[in-house]
Design a protein around this ligand. Structure first.
Ligand code: GLN
Length: 445
């Protein structure tokens, strides 16, 4: 069971910031009692999972892996938690992340690194690295993550599991600690595609508490799981298969696509000409929104306070001492891009390029049903290996365009390197076409 698995491996993996075993056992007992009383049991009932620690859980400490929220116990549940509780899901704990979800390796956690279960000298990816490592190491059957620029898909790819970023607005963000509000989405990390569909069934849907949540009907995503890709038109964007990409990654991804072609899919090359600008655009828009969202951590409203001589000194000390280096870097970049005199040159320009990136996809989707790419240009790298922030940002080339365009994407395992590291295939769909990408992923898997 997952608890003995936790005892055996969690010390080496470090996926969890907080284990809630007692609560989990009580939840499991409640399910048993229902069953004994002959009551109907919801589908997810009793199945233990884990939740990224930037998703608010009532009465359970939620830190975003930041010292500034070290003592924060939310007085409310995120909407996804309310929905999971209505399904009698069992929650094993809160998982590690890059501080405020800023990063791609989980090394930016203020509390601990998480290790990749396939090779503990390597990162699990990020920022949902704790969630991915928990599922991959068997200490959770499912997990929730958040994805602003790849944080569900890339760790899924590094850890050899399935990660789904829904369409922007498909899942309520209420109770997700905001990083970049126009990009953030919550989604599932699971062992296989079927579990991802089940979890999406539970968490998707409109929410009066999130004005950006879509009112579109939620289908039963498991109905989409037919092992059939006959006639499915797959686009391969030439801008994503670039020099410098790891050879083994490229070979695995091309092999996966050839396998789908053999199953009856039609493959053609397409072009998404503004791809080159996606990383720069993302690293202006995301920090700009982050700078605004993180203003609320002022030592007054939430979390930790460091006393000072007066109000301004208190706020300055709190933020100086309690935010980590990467968070500060982004607040500075964001405020710079938003400041008078630079706003037009940076932020406004980035918004315009964002529209061009969206239009690239919309044009491509007139021709094809799905677009396939590697999820990440490399397999999991060594802890400490990425020394410059820029080098790290460039890793996000395949994942950030979807967030900028609001599109759904899934990462599904498509093989291993010779050294035994997992590789992920990314499947991108039209807005609200989660069923199509789930079907393609299921057929391949
Ligand atoms: N690696 C990206 C960043 O650092 C994506 C993070 C995310 O999706 N939360 O912003």
């Amino acid at each position: 069971d997952v608890l003995s698995r936790m005892d055996a491996v969690e010390g080496d993996v470090g996926a969890y910031l907080l284990e809630t075993r007692e609560g989990a056992l009580a939840q499991a007992d409640a399910v048993d009692a229902k069953r004994a009383a002959g009551e109907k049991i919801p589908f997810l009932a009793g199945i233990p999972g884990a939740v990224k620690d930037n998703i608010c859980t009532i009465g359970v400490r939620t830190t975003a892996a930041s010292k500034i929220l070290e003592n924060f116990v939310p007085p409310y549940d995120a909407t996804v938690m309310t929905k999971l509780h209505a399904e009698d899901a069992v929650i094993l704990g809160k998982t590690n992340l890059d501080e405020f979800a800023m990063g791609g390796s989980t090394e930016n956690s203020a509390f601990q690194p998480t290790h990749n279960p396939w090779d503990t000298a390597r990162v699990p990816g990020g920022s949902s690295g704790g969630s991915a490592a928990a599922v991959a190491s068997g200490t959770a059957i499912w997990a929730l993550g958040s994805d602003t620029g790849g944080s569900i898909r890339q760790p899924a790819s590094f850890c050899g599991i399935v990660g789904l970023k829904p369409t922007y607005g498909r899942v309520s963000r209420y109770g997700l600690m905001a990083y970049a509000s126009s990009l953030d989405q919550i989604g599932p990390l699971t062992r296989d595609v079927t579990d991802a569909a089940h979890l999406l069934n539970v968490i998707a849907g409109h929410d009066p508490m999130d004005s950006t949540a879509s009112r579109a009907n939620v289908p039963d995503y498991t109905q989409a799981l037919r092992a059939d890709v006959k006639g499915l038109k797959i686009g391969l964007p030439k801008e994503y298969f670039i020099d410098g990409m790891d050879q083994e990654v490229e070979a695995s991804v091309r092999k996966a696509i050839a396998d789908m072609e053999a199953m009856g899919a039609e493959v053609r090359e397409i072009s998404l000409p503004h791809t080159d600008y996606a990383v720069s655009t993302y690293y202006l828009i995301a920090p700009a929104e982050a700078a605004t969202n993180l203003e609320r951590y002022d030592g007054v409203s939430y979390g930790v306070r460091v006393d000072g001589e007066d109000l301004v000194d208190m706020m300055t000390r709190t933020r100086t001492e309690k935010f980590g280096a990467e968070v500060k870097r982004r607040i500075l970049i964001g405020n710079y891009a938003l400041s008078a005199g630079y706003y037009d040159a940076y932020y406004l320009k980035a918004l315009k390029v964002r529209t061009l990136i969206q239009q690239d996809f919309m044009r491509a989707f007139e021709e094809v049903d799905v677009i396939m790419t590697p999820t990440a240009p490399t397999p999991a790298y060594k802890i400490g290996e990425m020394t410059s922030p820029l080098q790290m940002y460039l890793q996000d080339i395949s994942t950030v365009p979807l967030n900028l365009a609001g599109l759904p994407g899934i990462s599904v395992p498509c093989g291993f390197t010779a050294a035994g590291l997992p590789i992920g295939l990314q499947i991108i769909g039209r807005p609200l076409a989660e069923e199509t990408i789930l079907r393609a992923a299921y057929a391949y898997e």
